[in-house]
Design a protein around this ligand. Structure first.
Ligand code: PLP
Length: 370
């Protein structure tokens, strides 16, 4: 079976984990700190805070912005539920915006119409790894804080700048199948020192000093710490961070391979009239190509045909405003129409040329023989 996603791990990750285990410091410690330093540099921001998921990063971002009861936060509907759940965790209301019918990123016109005096943040998602038009978004948002959901987009660039430093706070996922994977993990990226210090406390129950800091830095009164505010328990650990450091080194190569595969899809599928391919990269938008989605006719039949031929596919996403838990059902026409046409094809760095050609061949065969 050709999977839709597959982690790209090897001996280097195994060695890195073994080293951490031998060091006998496997919790929040020096590897996490090293990952945070390197990741901040990679994203072109002053700080990064390592957590255990993008969900936690987004939740902390809401807390940094003091999002609370009565507030509204605008989110696109074509996303994973985390993007909206975190708004509800903080007792506020997610306001769902439609998506652009071509890129599936937030529809900036619809977003603008949904801004009210209660709007306290906007969470654009760089869907599939393609950056949102952040200049236009910033113009519309004015002073409203922007929290980038970069779960798909590690390594993506907008006008030459890495995502994660384009808004006020960036939130990344290092979940098992993401471009940079740790099993589970996430990070906030930001340049505001006060937010950074508060985020470091909030990810560790509100405690003002990490255990590692108390052990290593403050030899005198290592048992003393203060808790001013109740935080969560969602920090990164050094086993995950050690994998992340190796994955960060590999990222240019692994994202580069994704791009090669995408080019093969363009070449192989470009002539099919029944299939619409995603926009290509250009000088402004450089995708991390986490997801390769097509919009196609007879989507359900195609996915069953591919499954029968040993090719797994996915649908990213069912528009999330439809889920009963939100009890908020605006009519979002683009997303509601797209959900029946989109299909995610396999894309992962260790996918061979033969496998890509096989997927192309089977998609073409499906439309030829229908
Ligand atoms: C767009 C988006 N946001 C947030 C998340 C949550 O990431 P995590 O699983 O690291 O919590 C995901 C995960 O798939 C996602 O795709």
């Amino acid at each position: 079976m050709i999977q839709v996603f597959k982690p790209y791990m090897g001996q280097e990750e195994i060695d890195a984990v073994a080293e951490v285990i031998r060091s006998a410091w496997i919790g929040l410690g020096p590897k996490t700190a090293e990952f945070e330093r390197r990741f901040a540099e990679f994203c072109g921001v002053d700080y990064s805070v390592g957590v255990n998921s993008a969900t936690a990063a987004l939740d902390l971002a809401m807390k940094l912005l003091h999002i609370n009861h009565g507030d509204e936060v605008i989110v696109p509907t074509m996303t994973f539920v985390s993007t909206a759940h975190v708004v509800v965790y903080n007792l506020a209301t997610p306001i769902f915006a439609d998506v652009d019918p071509v890129t599936m990123n937030i529809d900036l016109g619809d977003m603008e119409q949904k801004i009210t005096s209660r709007t306290k943040a906007i969470i654009p998602v760089h869907y599939s790894g393609r950056p949102v038009d952040m200049d236009v978004l910033r113009n519309i948002a004015g002073d409203i804080p922007i929290v980038e959901d970069c779960a798909h987009a590690v390594g993506a660039k907008y006008r030459g700048k890495p995502v994660g430093g384009l808004g006020d706070i960036g939130c990344f996922s290092f979940h098992a199948v993401k471009n940079l994977a740790m099993g589970d993990g996430g990070a906030l990226t930001l340049s505001d020192q006060t937010w950074y210090e508060r985020a470091k406390r909030l990810r560790w129950l509100g405690i003002d000093k990490g255990t590692w800091d108390r052990t290593e830095l403050d030899k005198s009164y290592w048992w003393q710490y203060q808790v001013d505010e109740i935080g969560l328990k969602c920090h990164m650990n050094d086993i995950a961070a050690s994998i992340g450091l190796v994955q960060l080194d590999k990222l240019p190569r692994s994202n580069g391979r994704r791009k090669e595969i995408v080019e093969m899809y363009y070449d192989g599928l470009g002539d099919l009239t029944e299939v619409e391919l995603p926009l290509r990269d250009d000088d402004v938008y450089q995708s991390s190509w986490h997801i390769f989605h097509i919009k196609c006719e007879a989507r359900n039949d195609l996915s069953v045909f591919l499954q029968d031929n040993g090719i797994a596919t996915g649908v990213h996403y069912t528009p999330i405003h439809i889920y009963r838990c939100y009890g908020n059902r605006p009519d979002l026409k683009n997303a509601q129409a797209l959900q029946h046409r989109i299909l995610t094809l396999p894309l992962y760095p260790s996918m061979t040329d033969e496998q890509v050609n096989y997927v192309v061949e089977k998609v073409c065969e499906f439309y030829r023989t229908r």
